[in-house]
Write a protein that binds this ligand. Structure first.
Ligand code: ZN
Length: 239
């Protein structure tokens, strides 16, 4: 399902193309890196294939896999990073879409052994919260999923040590916006520390923001919107 309620396979193929292009334009998926997936139904996922630029991928390139990552349909190969996606879907029934990319500043934190767990700006509390760092694992192996597992249930975005980031949400739009937010928070943290006087929020300030967020989410749910799409309805993600 996308933000406009799309659930057809054709519509979801278009959504994967749309957010692949957005990731590419933001410089989060250099070369053929990065991959996106979305639930088609209770036993199948629609996924970007391996070896294709996210700026050039087409709706017909997408592959369909089962919840073990086995190819069910499509002429291209399944990404070697599929286990990352399967780990999230297996642990989070509420998740409908997963995005993996290599946003440069967030990846630099991950390459420096640093989580984004210092709450510097209010936006962090209102969106993804603290972003943990999953320990080093060789890409394309089952080690990646194992390194993420301790964090999946409590977080919607995770840094992968010496690798990149993964984010997820009910829709592709939500998963994409979380990835965009992770990179923004990493950039803010980098510059705040370069300025030499970063002032993290205190525990009381974080708790006040968390209760404000809870009220906000309740209001948004009464209006029938997801928190993130409610926040950003003014922005459109066209092709
Ligand atoms: Zn990767």
């Amino acid at each position: 399902m996308n933000e406009s309620g799309c659930t057809t396979e054709e519509g979801l193929r278009r959504e994967l193309v749309r957010f692949s292009r957005w990731l590419s334009r933001l410089g989060f998926t250099p070369g053929t890196s990065g991959n996106l997936s979305v639930r088609l139904d209770s036993r199948r996922l629609l996924v970007t294939p391996t070896g294709v630029s996210k700026g050039l991928v087409k709706a017909s390139d997408m592959v369909i896999v089962d919840l073990h990552g086995r190819l069910l349909a499509g002429s291209r190969k399944v990404t070697s990073e599929i286990s990352m996606h399967l780990a999230v879907y297996g642990q989070r029934q509420d998740v409908g879409a997963v995005v993996h990319s290599h946003p440069p500043t967030a990846t630099a934190f991950a390459c420096s052994g640093r989580a984004l767990d210092e709450i510097l700006c209010q936006e962090a509390v209102m969106t993804v919260g603290a972003v943990p760092l999953a320990s080093y694992a060789i890409t394309g192996t089952a080690e990646v999923a194992a390194s993420m597992r301790p964090f999946i249930s409590e977080h919607d975005a995770i840094l992968l040590e010496n690798h990149g980031a993964v984010s997820y949400g009910v829709t592709l739009l939500e998963a994409f916006m979380k990835m965009e937010t992770v990179e923004h928070l990493a950039h803010v943290a980098l510059v705040a520390h370069q300025l030499g006087s970063a002032r993290p929020l205190g525990r009381d300030q974080v708790q006040q923001l968390q209760s404000a967020r809870t009220k906000y989410v309740e209001n948004v749910q009464e209006e029938g919107l997801s928190p993130q799409s409610g926040e950003r309805t003014g922005r459109t993600y066209s092709d």
